[in-house]
Structure formats: structure tokens, C-alpha cells
Design a protein. Structure first.
Lengths: 407, 84
């Protein structure tokens, strides 16, 4: 097998298609074919929608090293970049840029995500969570947890932080869903993106005219000072709005499903009032579910050697963190959900300069949610068969479309 | 032990503060600030976890413990190397 791996280029004609399907009945596990690639070697080739054959970096340690390696680029316009769909438009948010411009723009929006400021938001998040649970308990004893709880919690929080009116949530949730869907046509996605940019641009106009104490107003000030174009500010707003609610919402709903399917683990959370145990449980759920399942994308700007093989400058690189988080070299019995384990090394938020900038906020929201929901609704149960649920195989962010629950 | 911090490489994820708030803080923009450059050596286990990446990568903080030859702390098993 070693010789096959070494001649990675020659392996290309038979390179498996990426992304790969998950196994029927195993909604929490990465695709079996992807796990198989990990077993076969640290560096494999896969085939994308456009016929290109980028490298797949299968193991945890190499994934971290590559994501932190300045010889890789996240610039989607660079030849060889392994995009997940046809690249449209000419304006992108900073997650698809390299330093120094990436760092310059990113640092404009890091302030609200410091540990201190996130901690200061905890009581407000607790109030939102309790309020939504009150509403659920006041109605009939069943609901779609996605609509009643999982989506509103992070949407309310990010709206408050950015200064976006929550009343517009139907509009931005609907268009976010299209924008990050793999199955939507490129034209559809382009239209959704244009609508969101238009919306944020208009909002930015209001913030510039009448600044408030929120993140968009802060960006508006920078636009006024000439540090940022209005278009760049709108791109950032769209990025933060989407990243702020899609990811956490899916972690809440899919995490709840995983816990309902592992009642012994759910009991650990429900019966614990130790914040450290709750924080540990959040890290393990992040590791186990790794909802950003499309693989981080990079292109090599210089030759990079991995275990005797060389990724040439200009070749695409895909880093599937879902199997990195299931690497048996790093996590013992990796396919087991074990809330008691130390999972803090996981790469669910990525790694290196592009790692999730909202991770302190995501962690805090999930800590509040997981430590509250099952305690306040101890009889919570799935109101459908696992096989009846529809999963977001087609989304950039994995999750469950609806989660019927009863209590 | 001795702790050094390269603020230019900080990505403002705040994980150093979560791991060791007696050693690290963040400024208003989230950039790491070193509170104690010489913490007691019994903090080594926690502090080594703070250092997340390769020497030429994006460490939030580079943590060095004095040892024979003052070598860099070994990072677990990546096979990524330099070609040249």
C-alpha cells in the first residue's frame, strides 16, 4: 500500500469522490469511506465536482500543522484552490483571504468575542434560553426543537451583538440556508448572497447615520474613517450573521439528538451542576459532531512535505476536521461519545489563523443551553424515529432540518 | 518556567485565557497579553496546552520550559516538515 500512497499523482484516476456519503443509520459519524482513507495513509487524493484532485490530509497532527502553516493559502481566487462549488463574484469575506489583509479585517471584529465580554453576556443568554423554554412549556407538550429553540437562541444573541433587528429573522435565516446549501444552484446561491449583502448594506447606512452600541455601528465608524469599504463591511456583516446562528443552531439540535440517543450521557449533563463538567461536555460534543463537515480548503503556495510525500505549490489541500477529531492516535475509542473525556484538543473550530473567531461565544451559548434544557425539561424525548429525520447532508454545516420532540 | 508571547501571531481566540487566566489576559481587541512571564513550574502542564501550533505557525503564545539544552517543547507527532 505504501507505494500507492507515495505515487499520489498516479493514484488520482481512481481517487474517490469528495464529499462522501455518511452511512445510513449513523448520522453522527463521518462517512465510512472517509475513515477508510484515514486508515490508508496520512495524505490521499480525492476527486471534486470539477474533476480536480486535491490532497486530503487525514490525520489530526498533520491537519493542525498544515492549518497553521504559512505555506498554505485560503485565497479562493488562487489557481488550484479546491472550491466546493463554482467560484462566483469578485468580493469575498476575510475567511477567504490571506494575511496581512485577512488579519487586518479580522481584528476589526474580534473585540466582542473576548472571554470577558462573552462572560458578561452569559446572564442575557441564560434569560433568552429560559424565556424560550418557558414558551415551550406553556404550549402543547411537543414542538420542533429547531424552530422553537435551537435556531432562535443563537439568532437572538447574534442579532443583539451585531445590531440586526431580530424581526427580520425569517428573511436572513431563509437566505443563509440557501447560501450554505450544496444542493442549491449557483444562481440561487448568488441571488441569496446578493439579497443578504443588500440587506446588510442598507442596515450599514442606518448605523452610519445613527450609530448604536453594536458591532455593525463599529464597522460603520471604520467605513467613515476610510479603513474599510462599505462593501467589505457588508461582507463581514453577512459572514458574522450566518456564522453566528447556523453553526450554533445545528450544534444545539444535533447535540440534543445525539444526547437523546445516548441517555446515559444525557443524564450526566442533566444531573450535573458543575460548570467544569458542562464545559467538558460541550468540548466533547463539538469533537464528536464536528458539524462543519465540508473540510477546510487551502492551496499550497510552496512545496510542503508530509511523511515523505510532497504537496507541490499550486496543489489543492482539503483538511477534513471531522476525521481529525476521530483520529485514534489522539482520542482513545474516538467513535464513542464520552462526555467525561478531555476533548479540548479537538479541531471542530479549525486551527491556525482562520480558526473560528466566535468560538468563545459559541462555547458559552452551548454551555448555557446544554446545562439548562435537559434540567428544565427532564422528560424531553424524540417524537419521531431516527430513520424519519432528515439530515443536512447537502449543507456546509451539518445538522438536522427538524427535530420533533415531546415531553 | 519562562513564557514568551508573540502578539503578531495571536488569533484572538481567547483559549490562553481559558486555560490560564493567571498568566494571560486579552486587550480590548482580544489580543493576548502576558500577565506573568515567569509562572511557577508546576503550571507547566496547563501552559503547554496553551501553545497550540508549529514554531512558524500561529501560536498564540510560545511557552518554553528550561530543560537541558533549552530545546523547544516537543509537539506531538506531525510529519509535516520543510522541503529544501
Amino acid at each position: 500500500m505504501t507505494s500507492t500512497v507515495r505515487t499520489g499523482g498516479a493514484q488520482a484516476p481512481s481517487a474517490p469522490e469528495f464529499p462522501m456519503p455518511r452511512a445510513e443509520g449513523c448520522p453522527f459519524d463521518p462517512p465510512p469511506a472517509l475513515k477508510k482513507e484515514q486508515e490508508q495513509g496520512p495524505l490521499r487524493k480525492v476527486r471534486l465536482w470539477d474533476g480536480s484532485t486535491p490532497w486530503l490530509v487525514t490525520r489530526y497532527a498533520d491537519q493542525r500543522a498544515l492549518l497553521a502553516d504559512p505555506r498554505t493559502s485560503a485565497d479562493i481566487t488562487r489557481p488550484g484552490y479546491p472550491s466546493s462549488a463554482p467560484v462566483r463574484g469578485s468580493s469575498f469575506s476575510f475567511i477567504l483571504m490571506d494575511d496581512p489583509e485577512h488579519a487586518r479585517q479580522r481584528r476589526m471584529v474580534t473585540a466582542p468575542f473576548t472571554i470577558k465580554r462573552v462572560e458578561a453576556m452569559r446572564p442575557a443568554v441564560q434569560k433568552i434560553v429560559d424565556g424560550l423554554i418557558d414558551d415551550m412549556l406553556a404550549g402543547p407538550p411537543r414542538a420542533d426543537l429547531v424552530q422553537a429553540f435551537a435556531l432562535p437562541v443563537p439568532s437572538l444573541v447574534i442579532c443583539e451583538l451585531l445590531g440586526v433587528p431580530y424581526a427580520d429573522h425569517d428573511f436572513f435565516q431563509e437566505n443563509s440556508k440557501i447560501l450554505i446549501s450544496r444542493s442549491a444552484a449557483p444562481e440561487e446561491r448568488g441571488a441569496a448572497h446578493a439579497k443578504l449583502i443588500g440587506y446588510l448594506d442598507e442596515l450599514m447606512g442606518h448605523k452610519i447615520a445613527r450609530p448604536a452600541d453594536d458591532l455593525l455601528s463599529g464597522l460603520g465608524t471604520r467605513v467613515g474613517a476610510g479603513e474599510l469599504s462599505r462593501r467589505e463591511a457588508a461582507e463581514m456583516g453577512v459572514l458574522l450573521l450566518i456564522a453566528g446562528h447556523e453553526t450554533t443552531a445545528n450544534m444545539i439540535a444535533l447535540g440534543t439528538l445525539a444526547l437523546l440517543e445516548h441517555p446515559d450521557q444525557l443524564a450526566l449533563l442533566r444531573d450535573s451542576d458543575d460548570p467544569k463538567a458542562v464545559a467538558g461536555a460541550v468540548e466533547e460534543l463539538l469533537r464528536y459532531l464536528n458539524i462543519t463537515h465540508g473540510g477546510r480548503r487551502r492551496v499550497a503556495v510552496e512545496d510542503i512535505e508530509i511523511g515523505g510525500e510532497v504537496i507541490r505549490a499550486g496543489e489543492g489541500i482539503i483538511v477534513p476536521n471531522d476525521i481529525g477529531n476521530r483520529d485514534p492516535e489522539v482520542f482513545a475509542d474516538p467513535d464513542r461519545l464520552d462526555l467525561g473525556r478531555d476533548a479540548r484538543r479537538h479541531v471542530a473550530f479549525g486551527f491556525g489563523v482562520h480558526q473560528c473567531l466566535g468560538q468563545p461565544l459559541a462555547r458559552m451559548e452551548l454551555q448555557v443551553v446544554y446545562s439548562t434544557l435537559y434540567r428544565r425539561i427532564p422528560t424531553l424525548r424524540l417524537d419521531a424515529g431516527l430513520e424519519d429525520l432528515s439530515f443536512k447532508h447537502d449543507g456546509a454545516v451539518y445538522g438536522v432540518y427538524e427535530l420533533p420532540v415531546a415531553w | 518556567m519562562k513564557v514568551t508571547l508573540d502578539q503578531d501571531k495571536c488569533v484572538a481566540s481567547g483559549q490562553c485565557v481559558v486555560a490560564a487566566d493567571d498568566v494571560f489576559d486579552q486587550d480590548d481587541d482580544g489580543i493576548a497579553v502576558l500577565l506573568d512571564p515567569t509562572p511557577p513550574s508546576d503550571r507547566a502542564r496547563v501552559l503547554l496546552r496553551v501553545q497550540p501550533s508549529e514554531p512558524d505557525g500561529t501560536s498564540e503564545a510560545s511557552v518554553r520550559a528550561p530543560r537541558p539544552g533549552d530545546g523547544r517543547i516537543e509537539r506531538p507527532g506531525s510529519t509535516v516538515g520543510r522541503t529544501r
